[in-house]
Design a binder for this molecule. Structure first.
Ligand SMILES: [Zn+2]
Length: 307
């Protein structure tokens, strides 16, 4: 009897899930990285649910493809990805296994954020031996608020296509956010321009600052990784220490998700300040994109201002 009941209940749940109309349900937006998820959350707001596949503490180049992510992707109406092959090592396999035609590349439900961005560092020749280079350009644009502004506008247009009933909501929120982000970007550019040129330079651990440097008018004198994704060897460390001393560099920037030992050693040897760049907006903790970006600019400015 109990068995029969369980079977009946199972069948009922199955029928309910299968027959549930997709219209009228909140829009399910799945986003690969937390920074883009924070942007999407502000555009989607009460019209849907936004989920991130990777947390701010994870390296987005190598996310682990946990099976629960397949379920999440299976139920998505929209998938937002960075593009430029940032997620190439893990996302295509998950999307394939999710068997959700709404989010496959080329469908309206697949949104490639890089398409909305003015891309930097497009390689002239492609050689995988050069590390994790991306043939379409550098994918680390997330924390550049100018990119953020373009992304929310393009995302709103896409959401309007997927969920036309709420088109005006998406577009209105995106326009307001984009305007705030452009104002924020311009204010910071002006502020950093007032620093003496000798202080507007730094060394990075990974080659992921190109958009921030472009935004804030900074110069990257050296990179600790000899090639993207390759840990520095003693020869490279010695070379970078020499460059830091020769150029009187005061700041060394590293993403939160990279091992700190080598960078900390270089900082100790040279007296440069080690600045940690968040791996992304702390989306799961409710952090807002603007607050994260403002925090990044403030930490750079404080470190560069030291005489
Ligand atoms: Zn990278």
């Amino acid at each position: 009897m109990r068995n029969l009941y369980a079977r009946f209940a199972g069948a009922l749940i199955f029928a309910t899930v299968c027959l549930m109309p997709t219209q009228g349900l909140a829009l399910q937006v799945v986003v690969t990285v937390p920074t883009l998820a924070a942007l999407a959350r502000e555009v989607v707001a009460g019209n849907g649910h936004v989920e991130a596949l990777v947390s701010a503490g994870q390296d987005p180049h190598y996310a682990d493809a946990r099976p629960n992510l397949i379920v999440t992707l299976n139920q998505a109406d929209v998938l937002v990805a960075t593009g430029l092959e940032l997620e190439v090592g893990w996302l295509p396999a998950l999307v394939r296994q999710a068997r959700n035609p709404k989010i496959v590349v080329g469908s309206p439900g697949y949104f490639d954020a890089s398409q909305a961005v003015r891309r930097l560092q497009i390689p002239t020749q492609i050689d995988r031996a050069q590390g994790d280079i991306h043939p379409g350009g550098n994918p680390h644009f997330g924390l550049d608020p100018r990119a953020g502004a373009s992304i929310v506008e393009a995302l709103a247009a896409r959401l309007a296509q997927v969920d036309p009933a709420h088109a005006a909501d998406y577009q209105q929120r995106a326009s307001a956010l984009a305007a705030r982000l452009r104002t924020l970007a311009a204010e910071e550019t002006k502020k950093f321009a007032q620093l003496p040129a000798a202080q507007r330079q730094l060394v990075a651990y990974h080659d992921s600052l190109v958009y921030l440097l472009d935004w804030l008018g900074l110069r990257q004198v050296a990179t600790l990784e000899p090639r993207p994704g390759i840990a520095p060897d003693p020869g490279q460390l010695a070379k970078v220490v020499g460059l830091i001393r020769a150029n009187a560099i005061k700041v060394l920037v590293i993403e939160a998700y990279y091992p700190k030992a080598a960078a900390a050693q270089v900082a100790r040897m040279t007296g440069a300040q080690l600045v940690t760049l968040p791996g992304g907006v702390k989306f799961s903790e409710g952090q807002r994109y603007e607050d994260c970006v403002r925090g990044v600019a403030a930490s750079f400015y404080a470190a560069l201002s030291v005489q």
